[in-house]
Design a protein around this ligand. Structure first.
Ligand code: SF4
Ligand code: SF4
Length: 331
């Protein structure tokens, strides 16, 4: 009974946060299986005021995020979202190097924004750190790198995560296979009765079809129990530029104009410029989700072995993160 009341209260508080349009979501990376990095990210960003955390759908990663919240001494008002994908979604893909084609030039290692490529006797992808951004693929002169999908069986993946106590499930519905999308969406709805998030961009569908899909997905949902994550270009926002955020603003504008009974979150290419650009375009999302840029901003602290023991260093990391989070909280 007490547990039920807590769940209901948390759900209401998450809705209040979204209603206030003060929500900042840290995207740790749907494919980021590095538990220590996630623990550090959640510690830093929760202390900086971030309340929503988007994680890879693995129990050990949810545990790592909870450790981060514990380290920060935060027990209330922080929400965990796990991300699941579908065949074709870049967020659940990993890179693989074909050793026959590789000439060991090292370009992929230099290019990888997530330090996922290691050089031993040969270049290899460290699967747990690969977030599927494809930058290595685009920079390999020998076309030696391929991406492969890690297909998730929701029957196996979701129940243990829901049992752990999560606040939201994000569904990456980037696919042209309408039947597969609706089937997976029905499964998620069957398993979880809390807040759901639909993540979509315009890479596969035109504006009209994109809106039709979301309207269809919202048919089974009560008003404002769903977040539409309006993605620009996934994993493209590592630099603080207007250009990478432009598509996210355009996608958010599309959904805002459609006047759907759902919250709108801007993501994919987002950075410190996103809220300013959105304002100029009269787009007012309920939440801003930042991934690549947020992780890059605190990268030097993530690499530090003494982050949890060196208070001064942790405070510096928090101040750095705060300069990003405050853009949303103080808008
Ligand atoms: S960029 Fe391509 S060829 Fe060069 S090391 Fe990486 S995989 Fe090998
Ligand atoms: S560049 Fe991106 S896709 Fe390639 S190994 Fe690094 S994280 Fe993975």
């Amino acid at each position: 009974m007490i547990m039920m009341k807590k769940v209901e209260r948390d759900r209401k508080m998450l809705k209040d946060l979204l209603d206030a349009k003060k929500c900042f979501k840290l995207v740790c990376g749907a494919g980021n299986e590095d538990a220590l990095e996630v623990e550090k990210l959640v510690t830093i960003y929760s202390l900086a005021g971030c309340q929503f955390f988007d994680l890879c759908a693995k129990p050990e990663i949810v545990d790592a995020a909870k450790r981060g919240l514990e380290r920060a001494g935060i027990k209330e008002n922080r929400y965990i979202c796990i991300s699941v994908g579908i065949d074709g979604d870049p967020h659940i893909t990993k890179a693989l190097i074909d050793q026959e084609k590789c000439v060991k030039c090292g370009k992929c290692k230099v290019t990888c924004p997530h330090d996922a490529i290691i050089e031993l006797d040969k270049y290899k992808v460290k699967k747990s750190r690969c977030i599927g951004c494809m930058q290595c693929v685009n920079n390999c002169p020998k076309k030696a790198i391929q991406m492969y999908s890690q297909i998730q069986d929701y029957k196996e993946v979701l129940p243990p995560l829901i049992k752990k106590g999560i606040d939201c499930i994000e569904f990456h519905a980037i696919s042209t296979d309408e039947i597969d999308v609706m089937d997976k969406w029905a499964q998620i709805n069957e398993y979880f009765d809390g807040m759901l998030c639909i993540s979509l961009d315009r890479s596969e569908l035109g504006d009209k079809k994109l809106k039709q899909r979301v309207w269809k997905m919202l048919e089974c949902r009560k008003p404002y129990t769903t977040i539409i994550q309006a993605d620009g270009i996934a994993m493209s926002g590592s630099n603080d530029e207007y250009g990478t955020t432009l598509q996210a603003v355009a996608t958010a504008q599309l959904f805002q104009n459609a006047d759907m009974p759902a919250y709108i979150m801007m993501s994919g290419g987002t950075n410190k410029k996103s809220i300013e650009l959105a304002k100029q375009c009269d787009v007012h999302p309920h939440c801003l989700a930042v991934g690549s840029f947020a992780r890059k901003t605190v990268k030097e602290f993530l690499l530090a072995n003494d982050l949890f023991t060196n208070k001064e260093k942790l405070q510096q990391a928090v101040n750095t993160a705060k300069s990003l989070v405050d853009i949303v909280i103080n808008r």
